[in-house]
Structures are given as C-alpha cells and as structure tokens.
Write a protein that binds this ligand. Sequence first.
Ligand SMILES: Nc1ncnc2c1ncn2[C@@H]1O[C@H](COP(=O)(O)OP(=O)(O)O)[C@@H](O)[C@H]1O
Ligand SMILES: [Mg+2]
Length: 271
Amino acid sequence: MSHVQPLEKGIILSIENLSISFGGIKAVDNLSFQIKEKEIFGLIGPNGAGKTTAFNCITQFYKPNHGSIRFLSKKDVTVELNEHAVHEIIGLGLVRTFQNVELIRELSILDNVLVGAHIDYKTGLFGAMVKTRKAKKEEESLRLEAMKILQFLGIADKAMWPVGGQPYGILKKVELARTLMCAPRLIILDEPAAGLNDVETLGLADVIRTIRNEYNCAVLLVEHDMRLVMDVCDTICAINFGKFLAKGSPKEIKLNKDVQVAYLGTQEDQV
Ligand SMILES: Nc1ncnc2c1ncn2[C@@H]1O[C@H](COP(=O)(O)OP(=O)(O)O)[C@@H](O)[C@H]1O
Ligand SMILES: [Mg+2]
C-alpha cells in the first residue's frame, strides 16, 4: 500500500500549499490548485509572477521548500512527485516543453521526434548497437508512431527536413510531437506562443485542443499570451508574486478585478 493519499476521482494533478524561495524572494508562495483529467488548464500571471518556477517544481527541476504535488501516474497510481527524481517524471506520464525550443538543429524533424521515445526503448543500448532483429523491429514501430504523430500535426511531409532553419511554428509542432511520443497523461507547455505570429498562435490553439481530444491527456499551459489562454483553456488560475489570485473560466478571469489590477500597466488591453 502506498502512503500517498489517492487523488479524488477525475483529478490528475493536485498541488497543495506549494512554496519555494530564492534568497529572500518567495517565488511561489503557498500555491494550491487541481487539474482534472483531459482539462486544458492555464496558469497565468505577469512577468516574474512565478509561473515557470511553479512549473519547475512540478517537474522536480526544483525541489520545493513546502507543499505536496500529487499526480495520477500512467499506472493509475497516485504518486507524490516530490518523492521522485527529475529523470523519473517522464516515465510517470508527465512531459514538458521548454520556454525556448530545445531541438537538435542538425537532425531531421523525424529524428528529433524519435529522441523523445528513448524512455520506451526496451532493447537497451547493447541491442541497439548490434541491431538485433528485435531492435530493428522496435525502431521501425517507433518510426511509424512518430510518423503518425507528424501526420496528425500536419507536418509529415517535412519529416526528413533538417530542423535548422525551420520557422518557429514548425519547431513548436516538432517539440509537441516529441512530447506525444512519451504517451503522456499531462503535458506542460511553457509559453508555447512565445515567438509565434498571430496565425501561428491560432494554429497552436487548434493543435492543443486536438492533442487533448485525440491523445486523451490534460494540458497545463503556462502562458503570457492572453489571446491563446482565453481561446483554449477550460480553467485558468491567475497568480501574482507567487500567490494565488483567482481561478475560474476564461470569462470569469477576464472580469476578475484582482486579475485586471495585476496586469495594469503591462497588459490591460489584453486581459
Ligand atoms: N533560479 C532562480 N534563482 C533566483 N531567483 C529566481 C530563480 N528562478 C526564478 N527566480 C525569481 O523568482 C520569481 C519568479 O520567476 P519566474 O517563475 O521565472 O516567473 P514567470 O515565469 O512568471 O515570469 C522572479 O522574481 C525571479 O527572479
Ligand atoms: Mg516564465
């Protein structure tokens, strides 16, 4: 029996009283929220509000000072993420993208997507080196899976192109394709609209919705771009100075006075 309190039915991630400080600054201050299965959940706040830090705590890149982060793993077991090392998180069913796209420029789009599959590579390094029949078969099925995902994202025709020199909209899709190779339960996207133009941002909203529908996973979107957040999220949590500010539907958040004040002077026209 696990000592971790099981999550309520329908909840995939539950953050309770999360705090982390850097020197004297409380980057995340007693923050709590829950994400439901298949929900597109937005975490918003002005620059420096603590969004990326919260995110880094969830993925265990930072170890929080206080609080609990429970997650419903791929095996349908509630786990306490704080008890796991950063490299174990993907295997539990939680993947992230980075605020700056991190791809290997020299490799093709397809190979960049295959890099995301390494955790499920059962044959191991030795098998891969001598290319046993089993390894070859496994590689082939991974390729097929990767091509299916590229098809789904509408970039299968570019599979063999090198990543270097591709426009940002394509790079974002390659990054998303790579996360899908891990068959995630929850994808965390850090500012996916950064660097995209208006058309690409609209396209991204569509892609995020389709991922949720087709791949049955929840999405936690950490985003500065209000249009994307309002367009795509089911639920939004607003934070400021690391603290919880408000939670609700996009419409409720848009009308919330505290949220409007937090954004005054920076983004008032966009809220
Ligand atoms: N590694 C770090 N060391 C020191 N301070 C940090 C570190 N990461 C974030 N901070 C501070 O924590 C606060 C929240 O930052 P961040 O989470 O990046 O905000 P956001 O992503 O909402 O823009 C900021 O004051 C920032 O300077
Ligand atoms: Mg950030």
